[in-house]
Design a protein around this ligand. Structure first.
Ligand code: AMP
Length: 570
C-alpha cells in the first residue's frame, strides 16, 4: 500500500472533529486494509510497534528540523523561524516541500512498508554517528514524498500526529466495520486490546467478523499488560455502599506500581507505563527467585521505599529516582531499598486469572508468596464487613506512612487498563493531583537560565486536549539535595519539549507528569479548565505514570466538591 493513501486518510480524519464522521472515514479504509498490511494499525495512532513494545521513534524537534532543512534545501534557522511562527513542524515540512516541488519535478512513490522499515531502524541506532544515520533514514523518505506526506511523516517522527483519533474510536470503528452487533463487539474488542496491547493483532482477528476469535488473544508472560486502575471513594462508608459487604481492604502503599512476570528463571518487571525496569531493580529478581513458589506467574504489586536503618516507610518521591537510573544501580539498591507489596495475580502456571474473582486470586497469592518483610510480602489485607474494624485498619495504614486504603470487591475480575468501580481508594484529603507541565517561564536573578515557574494542565474531554489549571514554582530546589528535584533538572527535561517561545514564556509539549499538592481548588476564569489551584507545590516527578493517567476535569471537580463538603462538616 502506498504511503500517500495513509497520508490522505490522516488528512480526512483531521478535517472533522465529529466522532461518527471519523468512524465512517476510517471504516472505508479498514475495509480495504488487508491482513498483510495490518501494521498500519500502529501508524494510525502514531506508533511503529504495538503499545507493549518499548521501542519508540524518539526523534527530537531538532533532528526533525535538520531533516526538513536537508530535504527541502532550506537553512535550518529558517525552518526554526517558521516553526516558531506556526507552532507545527508538520505544517512547516508541508509548506517547504510544496515550495521545493515547484522548482523540482521528481517525486517517487513511497510505500507504507518502506516508511515502516526506515522508522523501525531509528530506535535501533546507537553510538557514534547516530544522528547522521538517523538523518539519512529520514531524508531518504522526505526527499521523495509529496507535501501532505511530508507533513504526516514529520508529525509521526516527533510523536504529534494531531488527527484527533483515539484508541476508543478505532475500537468502535472495528466493531462497526466487521460485526453485526457493534455494541456487543465493542466491549469484546476492548477486552482483546487490554489483554494484548496490540492493535494490529486485534484488527486481524476482528476482520474475521467472529467475536469468538478475539478470545484467542491472551495475557502472555513477558509482554507487558496495563494495570487495573482505581476510582476514589469519599470515605469507608461510601466504599462499603459501592462495593457491598464484606470486602477486602488493603494498605494503599505510597510507592510505584510494579508488574512482575516470571517464567522459570526469567523474571521481568514493568511499570504502569509498560516500561521494562528489570535492570533497575535487581533485588526484585532475587526476592522472586527466593521467596515465591510457582513456575510461571504475573504479579501486580506496589514497590515502596523504606529507611534501611529505622525501617520506616518513605514517600514515593524518595525512591522515584530509581526508576530511570541507568548507573550505580547497586549503590542505589542499598541506599534506597524497596519492599514489594503484592496485591494481585493475573496469571498462574499456564492459566490466565483475569476472569477469576479477586478472592480466588488473593488466595493464590497467599499460597505462593512467603512473607519476608522489607523484601516481599502479600499486601496487608483484611476481609471485613465491619466499619469500625475498617476505620482502625485505615488509621493504622496512615500511621505507617501510607497514603490510605484500597477497598476491593471480592467477586470482581481483573480488568487491565480500566479505571474500575470495584477497586476504590480512600485517602484522608483529596489535596493532591497528578498533572502535566504544558508551559513555563524563565526565571530572573538567582534563577536566571532556568525555567522557574510552570504551567500545569489536566486532561480535557478530548484525547490530546490539556487544559491549564495553575502555575507552580514551589517545591523545587535550587541546589541539589537527596530526594529533591532541582530547577536545573526540570529545565533540562523540558527544554527539548519546547514548541513555542515568546519572550520569557515557552509552550511545552505535554509529556512530563508530576504530582502536586495544593491548598485549595477554586473556580476561575483565568485558566481554560475553568479551575485554578491555589498554592500548588511540586512533590514528585511521576516518571512511572503515563500521560493517560493524569487527573481529568471530572477528578478536579470531584476534589473541589469534596473540599466543600469538608468545610461544611468540619
Ligand atoms: P492512584 O495512583 O492515586 O490512582 O492510586 C492507585 C494506585 O495505588 C495504584 O495504581 C497502585 O500503584 C497503588 N496501590 C498501592 N497499594 C495498592 C493496593 N493494595 N492495591 C492496589 N493498588 C495499590
Amino acid at each position: 500500500m502506498i504511503y500517500k493513501k495513509l497520508a490522505q486518510l490522516y488528512e480526512n480524519l483531521s478535517s472533522t472533529t465529529k466522532r461518527l464522521e471519523k468512524i465512517d472515514i476510517l471504516s472505508k479504509f479498514l475495509n480495504i486494509l488487508s491482513k498483510e498490511n495490518k501494521d498500519v494499525m500502529y501508524l494510525l495512532l502514531g506508533d511503529i510497534y504495538p503499545e507493549y513494545d518499548e521501542r519508540r521513534i524518539g526523534i527530537s524537534n531538532q533532528i526533525a528540523i535538520k531533516a526538513i532543512s536537508k530535504s527541502t534545501g532550506t537553512e535550518a534557522n529558517e525552518v526554526t523561524k517558521h516553526w516558531k511562527k506556526i507552532g507545527d513542524l508538520g505544517k512547516v515540512a508541508e509548506e517547504l516541500t510544496k515550495k521545493k516541488k515547484q522548482s523540482t519535478l521528481h517525486s517517487h512513490i513511497i510505500t507504507i512498508e518502506k516508511v515502516l522499515t526506515n522508522l523501525r531502524k531509528l530506535p535501533e541506532l546507537e553510538g557514534k554517528g547516530t544522528v547522521a544515520k538517523k538523518l539519512g533514514l529520514i531524508t531518504e523518505l522526505l526527499t521523495s514524498v509529496s507535501p501532505i506526506e511530508a507533513k504526516y511523516l514529520i508529525r509521526t517522527l516527533i510523536g504529534d500526529l494531531r488527527i484527533g483519533l483515539k484508541e476508543a474510536t478505532v475500537r468502535d470503528c472495528l466493531a462497526k466495520t466487521f460485526f453485526k452487533d457493534p455494541k456487543e463487539a465493542s466491549s469484546k474488542i476492548q477486552k482483546a486490546i487490554d489483554r494484548s496491547n496490540d492493535l494490529a493483532a486485534v484488527f486481524e482477528l476482528a476482520k474475521t467478523g467472529k467475536a469468538k476469535n478475539l478470545e484467542k488473544l491472551h495475557v502472555e508472560i513477558g509482554k507487558p499488560i496495563k494495570a487495573m486502575l482505581a476510582q476514589k471513594a469519599k470515605d469507608i462508608k461510601a466504599g462499603f455502599k459501592a462495593l457491598g459487604k464484606p470486602c477486602a481492604i488493603e494498605y494503599k502503599y505510597d510507592g510505584f506500581r510494579l508488574i512482575i512476570h516470571k517464567q522459570y528463571e526469567k523474571i521481568i518487571c514493568f511499570t504502569r507505563s509498560l516500561e521494562n525496569v528489570t535492570k533497575q531493580f535487581p533485588e526484585v529478581v532475587k526476592y522472586i527467585k527466593k521467596y515465591t513458589k510457582g513456575n510461571s506467574f504475573i504479579l501486580d504489586s506496589e514497590a515502596v521505599g523504606f529507611d534501611s536503618k529505622t525501617k520506616e516507610y518513605q514517600p514515593f518521591q524518595n525512591i522515584s529516582q530509581r526508576i530511570r537510573r541507568k548507573y550505580n544501580i547497586e549503590d542505589l539498591e542499598k541506599k534506597l531499598p524497596i519492599e514489594i507489596n503484592v496485591f494481585d495475580i493475573l496469571y498462574y502456571n499456564g492459566e490466565s486469572l483475569l476472569s477469576k474473582p479477586f478472592e480466588k486470586r488473593t488466595k493464590i497469592i497467599k499460597k505462593i508468596i512467603k512473607n519476608h518483610p522489607y523484601k516481599i510480602i502479600h499486601a496487608k489485607q483484611i476481609i471485613t464487613k465491619n466499619e469500625k474494624r475498617a476505620e482502625e485498619f485505615y488509621k493504622k495504614a496512615l500511621k505507617d506512612n501510607q497514603e490510605g486504603i484500597m477497598m476491593k470487591n471480592l467477586k470482581a475480575e481483573y480488568n487491565p487498563g480500566s479505571r474500575v468501580g470495584h477497586m476504590l481508594k480512600v485517602k484522608p484529603t483529596e489535596k493532591d493531583l497528578d498533572l502535566v507541565i504544558t508551559g513555563a517561564e524563565y526565571g530572573a536573578g538567582k534563577r536566571s537560565g532556568w525555567m522557574s515557574s510552570f504551567i500545569l494542565s489536566c486532561k480535557g474531554k478530548n484525547k490530546g486536549e490539556y487544559l491549564e489549571i495553575g502555575k507552580m514554582g514551589t517545591g523545587i530546589n535550587e541546589k541539589e539535595a537527596e530526594g529533591k528535584v532541582t530547577f536545573d533538572q526540570l529545565s533540562k527535561l523540558l527544554t527539548p519539549l519546547i514548541t513555542k517561545e515568546k519572550g520569557k514564556r515557552v509552550e511545552i509539549k505535554p509529556k512530563i507528569v508530576i504530582s502536586v499538592t495544593y491548598q485549595e481548588i477554586q473556580k476561575s476564569p483565568n485558566y481554560n479548565s475553568g479551575w485554578a489551584l491555589r498554592f500548588p507545590r511540586f512533590t514528585a516527578l511521576r516518571n512511572d505514570k503515563p500521560l493517560s493517567e493524569i487527573a481529568d476535569l471530572e477528578e478536579v471537580k470531584r476534589d473541589f466538591l469534596n473540599q466543600k463538603r469538608n468545610w461544611k462538616y468540619g
